[in-house]
Ligand binder design. Structure first.
Ligand SMILES: Cc1cc2nc3c(=O)[nH]c(=O)nc-3n(C[C@H](O)[C@H](O)[C@H](O)COP(=O)(O)OP(=O)(O)OC[C@H]3O[C@@H](n4cnc5c(N)ncnc54)[C@H](O)[C@@H]3O)c2cc1C
Length: 387
């Protein structure tokens, strides 16, 4: 490395997804010199349903995402292996629909407007920790920074380079974007399909966008080899097998299950997917990515011991939600695969469960609070302890 006399950044952020872009914006807005590096050319495609839970906007200080929104969803349409079951409607939007290239570029532009330097097509290749800073080799030259915020996603290598064991892969997801016919777009207008019955757990989804649909399946990693076939079957059952495919991509998802899985060390912090901050009920991670970015920026700006402060914040504010989502996931997927008709009839008629889910999506409540309200039946206890 040739760093003699080189600038030392207050913070180097790796990865321009929602976690990295938001962290760079928060840090630079507070006056920290911040460099945001992204290995791909921006705007970049990201395999994702592009459903931004409404609560995410609260974490983004009520950001108006209208310039990049492709509509919203307020209705959940439940099916089992493509067979329609019932629909449930929320009185307010549950999620905003985005294409991730535009949404992530929007957040990255906000970071740049706040003063962050953004370099795309720049891959971080190695990191060495020195006493007071990190020396970082990239594909466009060496960089030095006091703090490293690794927001490099589920397949990022920063955690490994820094000796921070991050969460293991626990699900596979596969997404197809199709140019859908008019009648399908009308059918899914403001409605998301959730297709259940997948073993050992998982679901299929249809999310509506402008002129297209995002269709995909998320399931256990051991089903990863057949996930493409499952998605094709799902498309056939929806009558969409002949639609023009615009994009296809599979991607792993990791879930942090325990406070023993580290998220930081020294002045290096893992954010979003890099730390396994996605939930096991819906497999969504955008809200957690943004939330972790807020917490990471606070820890860097306010503390001499960012690793300890950040770890404590994650354990206090995010991990309980991930744990509660996992508990709900076990109960729900066990019921829906063991007694599908009973589970579907029950969930069709018990509106309380839907209202609870909608409150969580909108940010009016949390999984922790909703789980605490559920009656502790012997069945639930048996399922949760034995499954
Ligand atoms: C198929 C699928 C569907 C999903 N659908 C949804 C959904 O509808 N709603 C939802 O909330 N969540 C969804 N998720 C999860 C969501 O996509 C992630 O949780 C979210 O993208 C996490 O954001 P992030 O900023 O942590 O990481 P990412 O968005 O993955 O960004 C990481 C960035 O780091 C860059 N990078 C990696 N390595 C380097 C390097 N060495 N140097 C420089 N840059 C690097 C990458 O190019 C990338 O741009 C889905 C996931 C999958 C796989």
């Amino acid at each position: 490395m040739t760093l003699a006399g080189a600038r030392t950044w207050d913070a180097l952020v790796i990865g321009a997804g929602p976690a990295g872009a938001r962290a760079a914006q928060q840090l630079s807005a507070a006056g920290a010199s911040t460099l945001l590096l992204e290995k791909q050319s921006l705007p970049r495609y990201k395999a994702c349903g592009g459903g931004v839970p409404a609560r995410t906007l609260l974490l983004l200080d009520d950001l108006d995402i209208a310039p990049v929104s492709e509509g919203h969803v307020d209705t959940i349409d439940v099916s089992r292996f493509g067979q329609p079951q019932f629909r449930k409607k929320s009185e307010r939007p549950l999620a905003w629909m985005v294409m991730r290239d535009r949404f992530d570029q929007f957040l990255t532009d906000l970071a740049a407007e706040s003063g962050a330097s953004v370099r795309d097509a720049t891959t971080v290749q190695s990191i060495v920790e020195e006493d007071a800073f990190y020396e970082v080799e990239t594909s466009t030259g060496a960089v030095r920074a006091r703090h490293v915020l690794a927001a490099d996603g589920t397949t990022g290598l920063t955690a490994r380079w820094l000796g921070i064991d991050s969460a293991p892969t626990r699900s596979a997801a596969y997404e197809v974007e199709i140019a859908a016919p008019r009648d399908a777009l009308d059918h899914w207008h403001q409605a998301a399909n959730v297709d259940v019955g997948y073993r050992p757990w998982g679901y299929g989804w249809v999310f509506p966008k402008e002129g297209k649909l995002s269709v995909g399946v998320v399931t256990a990693p051991k089903r990863g080899r057949t996930i493409r076939k499952q998605t094709d079957c799902y498309l056939s059952r929806l009558g969409l097998a002949d639609a023009d495919v615009l994009h296809v991509q599979g991607h792993p998802i990791r879930y942090r299950r325990s406070i023993r899985e580290p998220v930081a060390r020294g002045r290096a912090l893992l954010l979003g997917d890099a730390a396994g901050l996605a939930d096991e009920f819906t497999a969504e991670g955008i809200a957690y990515a943004v939330h972790s970015a807020n917490l990471a920026a606070d820890a860097v700006l306010d503390s001499n011991n960012p690793a300890a402060v950040y770890t404590e914040s994650i354990n206090q504010h995010i991990q309980p939600e991930l744990n509660a989502a996992r508990t709900i996931s076990r109960l729900y997927y066990w019921c829906v695969t063991t007694w599908p008709w009973l589970a579907l009839r029950t969930s069709k008629h018990i509106n309380y469960l839907w209202r609870a889910f909608f409150r969580v999506m909108r940010g009016d409540s949390t999984y922790v609070d909703e789980l605490a309200r559920l009656p502790q039946s012997g069945l639930a206890t048996a399922v949760l302890s034995g499954h």
